[in-house]
Design a protein around this ligand. Structure first.
Ligand SMILES: [Zn+2]
Length: 156
C-alpha cells in the first residue's frame, strides 16, 4: 500500500484566557506575608546557606529541600533594570521601570516596578536608576497578596 502524503492544515485562532493558578505552598506563604504583615521573606538553603527570593521550596544548586524562612531588609541594590516603552498585555501603560533588586540579606534578585522616576526624561531617569543604586521597598497601603503589593523607590 502506498503511503498517502497528507497536508497539515492550520487554523487561525486567538485565545484570550483569564485564569488563576495555585501559587503553591512556598510562594503562597511569601505572598501572604507581604499582604498581611508587609514583610518580604526569603528561603535559606540549609546546605549552601544561600537566601533565595522569590522563595523556592528546594535549592536548585544543592538539590535539597529548603524550609528555613528568613526576613529580608526593606532596602536593596539594583542588579539590573529596564525602562519599558511598548505595550504588553497585562502590564501597565508604558513607560514604566522594572528593576531586579538584591534585597539586604538575599543572595538572589527580585524583580518589581520602580516608582518615583520621571520617565519622560530617560537620561535623567537612568542617572538615578542604575546598577548599584540603592532602593527602598514601599508597600501599598492596601495589599492583595500580589508581587505588585510593593514597588521599589530609588534612595541613593
Ligand atoms: Zn543550596
Amino acid at each position: 500500500m502506498m503511503k498517502e502524503k497528507r497536508e497539515l492544515v492550520s487554523v487561525p485562532g486567538k485565545w484570550d484566557i483569564s485564569f488563576n493558578y495555585a501559587a503553591g505552598k512556598t510562594v503562597s506563604h511569601f505572598l501572604a506575608q507581604i499582604r498581611d504583615n508587609g514583610r518580604i521573606l526569603g528561603m535559606k538553603c540549609a546546605k549552601c546557606h544561600r537566601v533565595m527570593v522569590p522563595p523556592r521550596s528546594f535549592c536548585e544548586r544543592c538539590f535539597v529541600p529548603a524550609e528555613d524562612w528568613v526576613e529580608l531588609g526593606d532596602e536593596g541594590v539594583v542588579e539590573a533594570f529596564t525602562i519599558v516603552h511598548d505595550v504588553f498585555e497585562g502590564s501597565p501603560p508604558p513607560p514604566y521601570a522594572i528593576a531586579y533588586v538584591k534585597l539586604d540579606g538575599a543572595d538572589t534578585a527580585l524583580a518589581n516596578f520602580v516608582d518615583g522616576l520621571d520617565l519622560s526624561d530617560i537620561s535623567e531617569a537612568t542617572q538615578r536608576l542604575k546598577i548599584g543604586a540603592r532602593v527602598k521597598v514601599e508597600f501599598a497601603s492596601r495589599r492583595e497578596g500580589r508581587i505588585t503589593d510593593f514597588k521599589y523607590r530609588i534612595i541613593g
